[in-house]
Design a protein around this ligand. Structure first.
Ligand code: CA
Length: 226
């Protein structure tokens, strides 16, 4: 059984989340403070952690940083804040994705599944071939096809695709993409990403101005849905 830790100080929301997740077969642990969360996380095996950013004792970001000190367990952030800076900070502290309050249970469950899928795939079972109704990417052979015709991607475009596919379904912050593809020191060059994603969409998306696969989360990062 998958064991999920919910870190949320609002009693009603914490209860609703644990009822919903238990009903779907998850084993649920709950914490109302960062201190309790870190104690539970340190004590036992967890398959996923859901963390509210606004906690009464420490910031949720410190829970993420604390857990990341010893564990790579998937972490999803709950954020009531409009501030993109908080979300980016949480992602850079090691969160895998976030959901903005108020959210629907279906949305959270979809994020949980995507995060777990990504996590399982990163255990070495990742396939080198990505197939969508619009295109096919063979990452090992560096071969892209669209409607049966070969599409040429540049080495930088392949690198971007690789990072996103590795986090398939999850959000990757702009800073992370820039530092993985261009290297440390390029974290603020978000205009590079705009240019390269426009190119990728022109080459691969059926409707480049309404992308289905290479999704921008404005001010935060990018996500590959495929
Ligand atoms: Ca809160």
């Amino acid at each position: 059984m998958q064991r999920i830790l919910i870190v949320e100080d609002e009693d009603g929301l914490r209860r609703a989340l644990s009822i919903n997740l238990r009903a779907r077969g998850y084993e649920v642990e709950t914490a109302a403070t960062a201190t309790a969360a870190l104690r539970i996380a340190a004590a036992g095996r967890l398959d996923l952690v859901i963390v509210d950013l606004g906690l009464p004792d420490l910031d949720g970001g410190e829970v993420i940083a604390g857990i990341r000190g010893w564990s790579s367990v998937p972490i999803i952030v709950l954020s009531a804040r409009d501030s993109q800076a908080d979300k980016v900070k949480a992602l850079d502290a090691g969160a895998d994705d976030y959901v903005t309050k108020p959210f629907g249970m279906d949305e959270l469950l979809a994020r949980i599944r995507a995060t777990q899928r990504r996590f399982e795939q990163s255990d070495g079972h990742e396939s080198a071939v990505v197939e969508t109704p619009a295109f096919r990417l063979d990452l090992a052979a560096k071969r892209a096809e669209r409607d049966g015709a070969v599409v040429r991607l540049t080495p930088t475009e392949w690198q971007l695709v690789e990072v996103l596919v590795r986090h398939r379904g999850n959000l990757v912050s702009s800073a992370q993409l820039l530092s993985e593809v261009w290297g440390p020191g390029y974290e603020k060059e978000t205009n590079y990403l705009r240019v390269y994603f426009a190119q990728l969409r022109r080459k691969l998306e059926p409707h480049p101005s309404h992308p289905l696969y290479f999704i921008t989360e404005p001010g935060i990062g990018y996500r590959f849905e495929g």
